[in-house]
Design a protein around this ligand. Structure first.
Ligand code: 3PG
Ligand code: MG
Length: 407
């Protein structure tokens, strides 16, 4: 790969230079309290930031948080993230109240060597996500003016053609941070020649979001286990009634077609937890997939399915007792945020953690689930910080943020 990385930059020397670091500090916040519920993405960027401060750089960190609509919106302020980042770094983080305006300029100008500043949410500016090259470029000019060099450590955002990801590197000497480098190294093992058997576990709510990755993975994997909300569209395609469970009616035919072409590689639930309502305290029962009551909603995979999936992770060469050697998991198996419907996700996560395969947990919700359920992160080979980004990488798509670093 023709990408220069942090070691190349450190070898050049960064003391006294302003290093603009694009991070993905888009962490989940508690809807009531606004507290950070999972700081995994903040911790993931510490190696890069620590190396830069130690080497005496003036570190200017920028990130998005949530999806504000191109204007300041207090509920998406990065201020709470600055607090947590400072605690983890063990040093004060200077915060700007805007992204590229007077506050940002003054904050950066006042930085001493080895200090860290955090700009306000990139998406408070229309130019960040604009589809118009000129509008994005104008914002990228302002952002690039705050740094002498650029480091991309925002793996979770490399699939976005946004100013801070795609256009700033065209304006400054650019380098991949430690996190981006590690993520790409790991994921390229999965797209290259993964050790077999190779088993993929997919969950999450929508088939339509996962269709491209299913298409790309089917020829490569030995087994594809499907749970989460998306399993109901597949179950419908198998001929089952799914009650009021999540269903993408327009995808049923596509799922039927995938099942026909899958050569038996796709494994679906045989039982689910069906509840009276989408609520933590809803009455619920385990039912077989051919017995989902019409008024009930499936919120988790059932225990027989968990056992079957766990066995498949062990005996994955279609019946032969050969342990999976490579596992990729993306998407929870049920509504794990509600304890009554977390057993499926926990069971599958524990089976993956207990396997001696090289296991990769793909981003967002599944990474958060590992930590929320109190599982040992070290039991997994790699926990990606990118949800959409890791899926698009596995699809073989060109990622704008990676392509920009290659130039
Ligand atoms: C994510 O959480 O998936 C990344 O931070 C990207 O955010 P986005 O999906 O809002 O672009
Ligand atoms: Mg996303």
């Amino acid at each position: 790969m023709s990408i220069r990385n942090l070691d190349d930059l450190l070898a050049e020397g960064v003391s006294g230079r302003r290093v603009l670091v694009r991070a993905d500090l888009n962490v989940p916040l508690d809807k009531q309290t606004g507290d950070i519920t999972d700081d995994g993405r903040i911790r993931a960027v510490l190696p890069t930031l620590g190396a830069l401060t130690e080497a005496g750089a003036k570190v200017v960190v920028c990130s998005h948080l949530g999806r504000p609509k191109g204007a300041p919106d207090p509920q998406f302020s990065l201020a709470p993230v600055a607090g947590r980042l400072g605690e983890l770094l063990g040093t004060a983080v200077h915060t700007a109240t805007d992204t590229v305006g007077e506050s940002a300029q003054a904050t950066v100008a006042a930085l001493a060597d080895g200090e860290v500043a955090l700009l306000e949410n990139l998406r408070f500016n229309k130019g960040e996500t604009s589809k118009d090259d000129a509008e994005r470029g104008a914002f990228a000019d302002q952002l690039a003016a705050l740094g002498d060099v650029y480091v991309d450590d925002a793996f979770g955002a490399v699939h976005r053609k946004h100013a801070s990801v795609h256009d700033v590197p065209a304006r400054l000497p650019h380098f991949a941070g430690r996190l981006v480098l590690r993520e790409v190294e790991v994921l390229s093992k999965l797209t290259g020649d993964p050790e077999r058997p190779y088993v993929v576990v997919l969950g999450g709510s929508k088939v339509s979001d996962k269709l491209a990755v299913i298409e790309a993975l089917l020829p490569k994997v030995d087994r594809l286990l499907i749970g989460g909300g998306m399993c109901f569209t597949f179950l419908k395609a198998q001929g089952h009634e799914v009650g009021s469970s999540l269903l993408e009616a327009e995808m049923v035919e596509t799922c039927r077609n995938l099942l026909e072409r899958s050569e038996g590689k796709i494994m679906l639930p045989v039982d689910v937890v069906a509840a009276d309502a989408f609520a933590p305290d809803a009455a619920h029962d385990v039912v077989p997939v051919d017995g989902i009551p019409s008024h009930r909603v499936g919120l988790d995979i059932g225990p027989k399915t968990v056992a079957g999936f766990a066995a498949a992770l062990k005996e994955s060469a279609c019946g032969e007792a050969t342990n999976a050697r490579t596992i990729f998991w993306n998407g929870p198996m049920g509504v794990f945020e509600m304890p009554a419907f977390a057993h499926g996700t926990r069971g599958v996560a524990e089976a993956i953690a207990g396997s001696d395969a090289f296991s990769v947990v793909g981003g967002g919700d599944s990474a958060a689930a590992v930590r929320a359920l109190g599982l040992d992160e070290k039991a997994f080979g790699h926990i990606s910080t990118g949800g959409g980004a890791s899926l698009e990488y596995l699809e073989g798509k060109t990622l704008p943020g990676i392509a920009a670093l290659e130039n």
